[in-house]
Write a protein of this length. Sequence first.
Length: 528
Amino acid sequence: PRSGYCIATKTFHSLCPGVTLPCESLPLSVASFAISLLPIPLPTNPAFIDSDSGSSLTYPEFLSQVRALASSLLSHLRLSPGDAAVILSPARLEIPVLYFALLSIGAVPCPSNPLSTRSELSRQVHLIRPKIAFAISAAAPNLPDSLLTVFIDSPRFQSLLHSPNSPLPPLPEVRQSDTSAILYSSGTTGRVKGVVLTHRNFIALLAVFHSRMLERETPAVGLFTIPLFHVFGFFMLLRTAALGQTAVLMERFDFSAMMRAVEKYRVNYMPVSPPLLVAMLKSDEASRRDLSSLESLACGGAPLGREVSERFRARFPAIQIVQGYGLTESTGGVTSPEETDILGSVGRISPNIEARIVSLDSGEALPPGHRGELWLRGPTVMKGYIGDDEATSSMLTSEGWLKTGDLCYFNEDGFLFIVDRLKELIKYKAYQVPPAELEHILHSHPEIADAAVIPYPDEEAGEIPMAFIVRRPGSTLTSIAVMDFVVKQVAPYKKIRRVEFIDAIPKSAAGKILRRELVQRAGFSPKS
Ligand code: ATP
Ligand code: MG
């Protein structure tokens, strides 16, 4: 059926045929796999461009730097397969080279937010027990003194990239089941978790993208404003290289610089988070720039309101928004866009992935049209969390299902809709209220620039929905007006019962609302 639902197994799957993966027993690193997908002769477009300086790496330069660095990592720095390496850096041209060099020798990149605090880093170091760190000098002081640190912005590191063509020592054998990278979850619902991903996980995802690569006359140019230490950015670098495309990197996010870069480099697509779409909608500059090269925006990481999509489509009819959904634990995206994109959906499930919607009450797998927790199974599901067997076994079932913690449903056509995170549902009496649903409604108010909803403790109801509102400049909107606006559009138990005005909604680098900060601001102690 068109829903891709199989009654016998109670699972949802892609309508496209499965994608063949390399034989699992073949020794293969994701770096070698990505490079093997590159066309011969090598693409003539740049592989990576630094948007500020305009400097770039061609494909031959990129591959030669990867080889030189891999060789130095083995012979000078004495890294061995399985050795973990902390990476602390904004997006620079050295980063894709470093990722590929580490991956190709079986060492394990563990990139972290360069703004991480000393205590966050010391916890991560305790968990992953790294051999070495690669950091820009500004970020290095927060690393433990005992950790051998190589400065990415030093002449020494540059010399490792350009070492004369000494013969490459034989690369160690890397099994696909080996750990490739440890990537941190965003820490939206608690402390960040170190997600252990294998070479196989990334190979499986790359193979799917490669299989659906459309023949273009010129390879696509992507502009990356997303952090490269997050799974989305990490994977997008691998994908760029495997498909022979061009990625423009931005060291610091700046809206105006981003618009200029789209124009200058004739950018075709950008991976974005929902707040960036909102920023584009609000911007006058977007009308002044030549954005005619921009074909699509790949949006993910947080819920995107229908209202925002609709307004975006009306203002930028030539730019397609392609929503994607995924978790660090699933190596990123598990859905694929289809020609018939449905507003509000994240697409259909990708080839090679099975999905279930599991009832919160009975634990039964549910057919299309029913809400429940999304479970995923397939070759991109993580090995586990580093140093936390308890969290691993509560997230992964013995049959290999990953419990996403997201409340979702499939419609009759097999399109997946994300309602909200289970952990963030507001429990009003016996009802559950998804804050994202209320936020989408609030976003549609012309005087509201941004909004977030949290549970507020209430003696009688347990919790009530409370809204934080950012008014548009000049607006005198009142709390009563906000509550009245919502009340007309929702069932009575969902109505907003408390409002506070705020200057900005706190959000993470990936565009997720930091509800814990709002809970603190609201002045009661959060439930654990
Ligand atoms: P933590 O697990 O540490 O609390 P996190 O879940 O935010 O943080 P990520 O792995 O970066 O860390 O994000 C995955 C989550 O992001 C998903 O479980 C889902 O809740 C949300 N998400 C991702 N894409 C979308 C999307 N397109 N629409 C709605 N939510 C999304
Ligand atoms: Mg999560």
